[in-house]
Design a protein around this ligand. Structure first.
Ligand code: ADP
Length: 341
């Protein structure tokens, strides 16, 4: 099957799991979650890795947990999975206490670097992973064709995985995480190291899983990817929650708190004339100026400054070819939020 056919197959594959009830409680809930690490024997040092973190992940959404290194993301995920214990507060997965067997049974996990023996085929790899998760062989055999179809690997199932691209291995990793029909998938850096096409294929599968009612909780440092994949995000910094909400409103929230207006402006005049009329405002070139025009990026503190700028340009008979307020991207919002102490 060609790569194009594989993309087609991903888009057309039938759902494998049934949608969960839409009126159910949150998929993940954390309330005043705290974690203090203690190290040393005599002078025990304390380090607060999570400070009263509270947020919820709705069932059926794609949710991204973001934060710079050391923010507490791994600590949070480890508490959810029961790998480490919390210091105080509470956390639950689909109504079950975080770390309990009942909670873990409802979670599928794709680590950042899933190791698959190169001599295994897609089918035998699924059997191995299924056995590790106590899934009966009869169930694995029943589900594997559907799952391989879902991840666009139909036709490649008897091939050794050593022939697979990184994107195909990652898709096989998703299939193994879905073997026991979890309602919640936790993905660690799912698109890291993939080429643009393989990333698009992963996004397509993640969106299909969401359509099937699976909640997806992912951890990624690729903010442009997160913006394309996630419905909502939480941003942690130094163990504190800085934002939790829809991806599309994060820019608005940051804009309200820091009311700068960044605008891209195309002006028709020699740059020396433009500079003289800017009255000391700082600006950045968006591209090298020509003899008769410039394309610049200017920060204004409030709308009145934009109006003053337009008046100034007109007074100097400089034509404004384009004035476009720049949308605050997830990356800009993230940087602003983690800068605030
Ligand atoms: P992230 O995943 O966001 O990079 P972590 O949850 O791994 O952050 O770590 C949060 C903070 O807790 C870091 O400052 C880290 O050094 C500290 N930390 C993590 N694990 C331990 C540990 N076992 N003992 C002491 N400090 C730890």
């Amino acid at each position: 099957m060609s790569e194009l056919d594989e993309s087609q197959a991903i888009a057309e594959a039938e759902p494998v799991t049934k949608p969960v009830a839409s009126n159910a409680g949150p998929a993940i809930s954390a309330t005043n979650l705290c974690k203090t690490y203690r190290s040393g024997t005599i002078f025990r040092k304390r380090f607060e890795a999570l400070k009263n973190v509270s947020f919820e992940v709705k069932q059926g959404e794609v949710f991204g947990l973001l934060g710079p290194n050391g923010a507490g993301k791994t600590t949070f995920v480890k508490i959810l999975l029961g790998i480490i214990s919390k210091t105080s507060g509470s956390a639950s997965l689909l109504g079950c206490k975080a770390g309990s067997i009942a909670a873990r049974q409802q979670v599928g996990y794709l680590p950042e670097h899933l190791r698959i023996s190169p001599h295994l085929t897609a089918c035998t790899a699924l059997e191995c992973f299924g056995n590790l998760s106590n899934v009966a062989n009869s169930v694995i055999r029943e589900k594997r064709d559907e799952l391989l179809e879902l991840v666009g690997l139909t036709g490649r199932h008897r091939e050794p995985v050593k022939n697979f691209s990184k994107g195909m291995l990652q898709r096989l990793g998703l299939a193994q995480a879905m073997l026991h029909e979890p309602k919640l998938l936790m993905l660690d850096e799912p698109t890291d190291g993939l080429d643009p096409r393989a990333r698009a294929e992963m996004r397509q599968i993640i969106h299909r899983l969401r359509e099937m009612g699976v909640t997806i909780f992912l951890n990624s440092h690729l903010l442009q990817e997160v913006e394309l994949i996630c419905d909502s995000v939480a941003i942690l910094n130094l163990g504190q929650l800085k934002y939790c909400g829809p991806v599309e409103t994060i820019g608005q929230e940051v804009a309200n708190e820091n009311p700068q207006i960044v605008a891209e402006v195309d002006l028709s005049a020699p740059i020396q004339e433009i500079e003289a009329s800017l009255l000391g405002r700082t600006f950045k070139h968006l591209k090298p100026p020509t003899k008769t025009s410039a394309s610049i990026d200017i920060e204004f503190s409030f709308q009145g400054e934009v109006d003053e700028f337009v008046d100034e340009m007109r007074k100097h008979q400089i034509s404004i070819l384009r004035l476009l307020p720049r949308r605050i991207s997830l990356e800009d919002a993230f940087l602003k939020l983690i800068e605030e102490l």
